[in-house]
Ligand binder design. Sequence first.
Ligand SMILES: *[C@@H]1O[C@H](CO)[C@@H](O)[C@H](O)[C@H]1NC(C)=O
Ligand SMILES: *[C@@H]1O[C@H](CO)[C@@H](O)[C@H](O)[C@H]1NC(C)=O
Ligand SMILES: *[C@@H]1O[C@H](CO)[C@@H](O)[C@H](O)[C@H]1NC(C)=O
Ligand SMILES: *[C@@H]1O[C@H](CO)[C@@H](O)[C@H](O)[C@H]1NC(C)=O
Length: 840
Amino acid sequence: MHGFLQCNNSTFRLMEKSSISLVFPSFFILFLFCFLSLTTADSIRQFQSIKDGETINSDGEIFELGFFSPNNSKNRYVGIWYHNIPVKTVIWVANRETPLTDSSGVLTIGSNGNLVILNGKNNTIWSTNASILSDSTVATLFDSGNLILRDANSNNSNTILWQSFEDPSNTLLPGMKIGVNLVTRQNRFLRSWKTDTDPTPGIFSFGINLQDSNQFFVWQGSSPHWRTGYWNDRSFNQIPVTSNSFIFHFTTVSNEESIYLEYSALYNNTRMVMDVSGRVECRIWYDSTKTWGVAWMQPKDECGVYGVCGKNTRCSDSNTPPCECLRGFEPVSSKEWNSGNWSSGCKRRTALKCGEEDEFLSLGRLKVPDHEFLVAAAGKAEDCRAECVRNCSCNAYVFTNVSGGASQCLVWFGNLMDIGDLIENQGAQDIHIRIAASELSTKKNRRLKVIVATTVVAGVLLLGAFFYCFRRMAWKKAKHRRMSTWVPSDSSAQSASDLLDTDMFVKDGLKGVDIPFFEFNTIVVATDNFSQLNYLGEGGFGSVYKGKLPGGQEMAVKRLSRTSGQGLEEFKTELVLIAKLQHRNLVRLLGYSIKQEEKMLLYEYLPNKSLDSFLFDKDRCKILDWEKRFNIILGIARGLLYLHQDSRLRIIHRDLKTSNILLDEEMNPKISDFGMARIFGGNQTQANTNRVVGTYGYMSPEYASHGLFSVKSDVFSFGVILLEIISGMKNNSFFHSDESSSLPEHAWGLWKENNGLALMDPSLRETCNTSEVLKCIHVGLLCVQENVTDRPTMASVVATFVSETASLPTPKQAAFIMRRDLSEVQCSKNEITFTGVEGR
Ligand SMILES: *[C@@H]1O[C@H](CO)[C@@H](O)[C@H](O)[C@H]1NC(C)=O
Ligand SMILES: *[C@@H]1O[C@H](CO)[C@@H](O)[C@H](O)[C@H]1NC(C)=O
Ligand SMILES: *[C@@H]1O[C@H](CO)[C@@H](O)[C@H](O)[C@H]1NC(C)=O
Ligand SMILES: *[C@@H]1O[C@H](CO)[C@@H](O)[C@H](O)[C@H]1NC(C)=O
């Protein structure tokens, strides 16, 4: 300031006479304005107010507080919405039940220090009702979306008198808690709006059940509408664990004072909403498409709704009607049941004898019933069964042998509520229900009758089938012409007729492609009816089983989950893609099978399973010496290069991770799981999607936060895999004593200090080749760079590996994908000075 005045002395003097009188007051006003806006922009103080039409913003301009009307409504409400998002999204409403009918309202701090809304007649229509022992208070809107009322006296300003986070509307934000305060017995809920245009509390709420405090519910009035399932130390067992849901990380806290749930998110601008129709929705803002994407929502279909079939039933969305009695049970009232009113459920057909005379029937992997009891001491399946046998009101048990030795025995007493098909593979356990032994034998008698009946029916059907085939042949001819030009598309809309035609469509559409079709029954036999003994694990969108064909050939059967809803589209994509791909580093497709809702892909069976089962196992990792690891790295790179460039199509895998890299007998890597892959047209290099699929820890920042994907997002995932192979550490459960929040960040830190080798898995010390290891780390760091264009292509990665003398650009700071706040990354970018060659 001083310098400025000196340098401009002459100008100043020239201006003196004519304009000093103007300049000075405007400086003063500007100063005053700055001062006022600095002190009041995010706060309301005593004797200050905001009128309808005025707003205040949080300090970082993320949230805005003011008066608003919902769409199609004339009523005025005070609320908080996102300031930084162009679609008006209200996250909190003050006067939900007492709208203003005109724009005369004022939000101010009343004489008793509470925040109040006054109408045009100076009547209080809403107030914070805090008991306040202070003569001056201030209400501040924070960047978290929280509106906090505090004592304005700086000595007491840490005491919160009231906060909007403790008076939630229908939205949960990071930092907010839903649950119960055990001291005050206050139970806090999210409450839906009445309609989309009316914030009055509606019929649905989300919160804890005080009687059964280990799970949360969506309530319809006072009846349960959906349950989160029990908290198992890491997650709720009914909240789907899909790639997207990792963006929302739920935790519960339960202590003597309170039990509550909260979430943290990987990215900015996420929210969880109790929707007017009873759904809990977790949404993420996509800047690229300017829309709120859905990470997950529940209940999604009919069977997600709590107890929709009544007690002792099983609900399957793939059946019509969805409800059936459990085996050995019959409808309480067959009249009601047959008319489609399932509310009274089913009852036992034959009374239990109790004790060892009853049988247990395995229902397979299902959504387990509500009201479970954990039996502490049951190390073996027989012990768990015995635990249930002991008490005659025990009707079911589940025994799980979690990998790592821990086992769990759950039992259920009384009626079995809310059994159903699994939601996206989550909370699925093999459940055994107790039935009278005689029920199993009546089943046999029945079978006789059934056989007689079947013979009669079969004759009739045969006749029918003859006519059907005749008609179909004529129809098929016309259809085939239309279908042969089909190409996989990104459209997730699936018309009903599309689904109906699946069977024929796939067979016809692939006529020119040489993939064998297998009858469903062949697969059932090959996998021993999808027996647990043949269960290999979860792949994208379905369970994988080992199967053995009559000739002895082994295969891996991927059974696409019926409830995933996206199955058919992915199925087509994967089928068409893999059929055209032939490469030694890609897993080979042997065939497919399809029958109504059942869709299956049959792959070559690789006995060594996936890379992660070696890499992250403290004993098995020793099998992978440096030579093997380098060979694996090179193989993955070649497979990926083929996908990106060398095959006739340009394919982006989108879900590369160590568990999708399978190993053959000689530890050659094969990339698997193309269910999420996308084909690109010749010139297309980048696309974006509303449905971010992929896996936490491997997704590039631009893909995870904006849905933008390109071959460079695969390159990013490859970089993460590379660093994992070298270090033996897992990125998505990365903990290290230094401050790094992710493996790439840790690697970059070491690299910067010229200590790259410290990243190496200690088990490699004897076999490693220093220059190769360093080269790999270098390439890995280049691949995980924040900036898409800085990342190398797979072609140059492969070239680097095979050349002895390649010189590489210096990597820039690795993208900190694990950080919650992506904007931090953008900010910190400027602080780094780059040296050496630019990465191009
Ligand atoms: C409301 O109260 C304010 C301040 O006490 C006063 O200035 C104003 O005239 C009052 N308005 C009406 C309509 O009573
Ligand atoms: C804050 O506390 C200090 C020490 O107790 C006291 O001297 C000061 O006057 C207080 N300030 C106000 C604004 O009350
Ligand atoms: C279904 O049956 C229950 C129990 O009998 C009865 O209370 C309910 O009103 C019925 N619902 C409908 C829609 O008929
Ligand atoms: C069986 O379990 C129920 C529910 O826990 C309990 O109330 C009952 O006392 C038990 N009966 C026996 C014989 O242990």
